[in-house]
Design a binder for this molecule. Structure first.
Ligand code: COA
Length: 478
């Protein structure tokens, strides 16, 4: 057996270097344990839906009122954030008293926009109230507000003040308009629908502009804000600091009406051929016109009468003449010859004849209920949609089973329906609970979140910072 040769110093150094090099390359090939956004934990082994909620651990200081802001914070609460709604003592969010259906009980307007939150009453203009708010600012991750421009600053909660107290704080606001000539204006839903381009493009050509029942100005902007907040929370993982998030209602509506700005630009190059006005030979003007029930996309559609329309306001169906199923539509309505007739066989040939085509389809739909139309068409892959009333939606079992419509129990009102989280997450079940009574959690938050002692709590109560003033504030209930 040969005696192993003793390695020379040079060889030893070379081997050592090679080992180092291998180790380095192994290290480089290993999947990173950290991402740009921070530590990457191992995948949870807990069953789906039992690993906490998406926004658990996020605390929101909620100064929102009416609809736009509350929509945003309610969604955050449904996703697990601890939302602390700050309300004026004795008054609260103005919507508690608006459109009341039961005397002395929080309105459905309020209860359906403030579920799963906690309520604390603080007079934000009282010196002691300001101290409490400063303490809350230090304890929270996000401050959300939708006051009229300048109101938050007048409370002393300027960006500089908040950021100094808590550099991690995200300050999110809804305003009616962004910077510009209307920045100081107060704005409500329909003002935003009008200023954002929705109203000028909604309704019939020969009628006035129309607003839509869907609250695209308020709830739509609240949705935009929620996305901004979640993105800011994500960025904060990397940067360690908060930022301001602003959603103007005009911008939110315009974002939702972007297909109409698309059409505005198309007008430069000719008529909008999918609008019924084209088929009717009515010339286009300088701006995107109102399009009645025309589809906003490339597949022509219209609302058609169904059986019973004479006495049921919602006995209608939306019918889309999607090109790939044109043959099936022709067979269904008894017009098989249209499949090969050059005036009807292709989408461009049909465009100037849409009115007549929908009249023919309606002669068929009017012989069926909207649900029969739905059944028959879906079997043939024809896209249609029944016009569902709020009554039908409230009673629809599938919406109950998915948690889109939820029944909750309120200590004063009893059971009521609310719209749960429309965003379904496989590992974060929605946390949909009733809305809080005014100031229901004041003591709990002062003690457990802010750590005030019993003695301090008594002092706060005596100061008038959390209780209603002797004379009730200006009655705002409608
Ligand atoms: N303690 C003491 N004062 C309080 C308070 C509290 N806890 N909470 C609110 N207030 C005060 C504010 O400081 C402000 O007083 P100030 O103007 O004297 O500074 C006042 O209550 C509320 O302000 P404001 O937002 O102007 O209410 P408003 O009822 O006059 O206007 C809107 C309502 C919705 C028009 C307005 O808030 C607005 O334009 N918001 C932005 C756009 C928006 O979200 N619109 C849609 C609403 S759904």
């Amino acid at each position: 057996m040969a005696t192993p040769k003793k390695a020379s110093n040079t060889e030893r150094t070379a081997k050592k270097n090679a080992r180092k090099k291998n180790a380095a390359s192994r290290k480089a090939k290993k999947p990173p344990t950290r991402t740009a956004s921070g530590a990457r934990p191992r995948p949870s082994t807990r069953p789906w839906g039992r690993a906490g909620r998406a926004l658990e651990g996020v605390r929101v200081l909620d100064f929102t009122h009416v609809q736009s802001g509350p929509t945003c914070t309610q969604l955050l609460a449904f996703m697990g954030a601890d939302v602390i709604k700050v309300e004026r003592p004795g008054v609260g969010d103005i919507t508690r008293g608006q459109l009341r259906d039961i005397s002395g009980v929080d309105s459905l307007y309020f209860t359906m926009l403030n579920g799963s939150k906690r309520s604390i009453t603080i007079d934000s203009k009282h010196p002691k109230g300001k101290q409490i708010l400063d303490r809350l600012v230090r304890q929270c991750d996000v401050l959300v507000e939708n006051f009229a421009p300048g109101a938050l600053d007048r409370m002393g909660l300027t960006w500089d003040h908040v950021h100094k107290l808590n550099p991690r704080m995200i300050v999110a606001s809804v305003k009616g308009f962004g910077p510009g000539p209307y920045a100081d204006c107060k704005v409500y839903e329909n003002v935003a629908q009008c200023a954002g381009g929705a109203a000028s493009t909604t309704g019939f050509r020969d009628g006035p502009p129309l607003v839509t029942g869907a609250q695209i100005g308020d709830s739509g902007t609240g949705l935009h804000l929620a996305l901004g907040i979640v993105a800011a929370l994500y960025q904060r993982i990397r940067t360690g600091r908060g930022q301001r998030v602003l959603c103007a209602m005009q911008d939110g509506v315009l974002n939702l009406a972007r297909v109409k700005l698309r059409d505005q630009q198309r007008l430069r190059h000719g008529p909008l051929t999918e609008y019924s006005q084209y088929g009717e030979g009515v010339p286009f003007g300088a701006a995107t016109p109102r399009a009645g029930n025309d589809s906003g996309g490339g597949q022509p559609g219209w609302i058609l009468k169904c059986k019973g329309w004479e006495h049921d306001a919602d006995a209608y169906v939306y019918f889309i003449t999607q090109a790939p199923v044109w043959g099936a539509i022709c067979d269904l309505i008894g017009k098989p010859e249209w499949k090969t007739d050059p005036d009807y066989a292709t989408p461009p040939a049909r465009l100037p004849r849409l009115r007549g085509i929908f009249d023919a389809i309606e002669r068929w739909t009017v012989t069926k209920t909207k649900f029969e139309v739905m059944d028959i068409c879906n079997k043939r892959d024809i896209p249609v949609g029944p016009i569902l009333s709020m009554k039908e939606l409230a009673e629809e079992p599938s919406l109950r089973s998915t948690g889109t419509v939820v029944e909750v129990d309120h200590p004063r009102r009893g059971k009521y329906l609310t719209v749960g989280n429309p965003i379904k997450m496989s590992d974060s079940p929605a946390d949909v609970r009733r809305s809080p009574l005014l100031g229901e959690h004041t003591e709990e938050i002062l003690k457990k979140v802010l750590g005030y002692s019993g003695k301090e709590l008594a002092e706060i109560k005596a100061s008038g910072a959390i209780t209603a003033p002797e004379k009730p504030a200006k009655a705002e209930a409608a």
